[in-house]
Design a protein around this ligand. Structure first.
Ligand code: ZN
Length: 77
């Protein structure tokens, strides 16, 4: 068992935890400090108006109330 193999295993586990946390954030809004505050993944408010400026979709973040835009992959920033 080499140290490199051990590091790859730890990294893999961290990536899996990151994606599990991401699902919890998107579904339940927990881990907001990590995903919203540190990574700045904003979430549109369900009752906020969404509008288009012709090339991108705009909305309002449900956590910080900032104006956010959707990129071509459907992610809000
Ligand atoms: Zn926000």
């Amino acid at each position: 068992m080499s140290i490199v193999l051990a590091l790859v295993c730890v990294l893999g586990i961290l990536i899996v935890l990151f994606f599990i946390g991401m699902i919890f954030y998107l579904r339940l809004g927990i881990f907001k400090t990590l995903y919203h505050d540190l990574l700045e993944w904003h979430e549109p408010a369900a009752d906020a108006a969404q509008w288009s400026d012709g090339c991108s979709q705009h909305s309002t973040c449900k956590y910080c109330g900032k104006d956010i835009m959707m990129d071509s992959q459907g992610n809000w920033f």
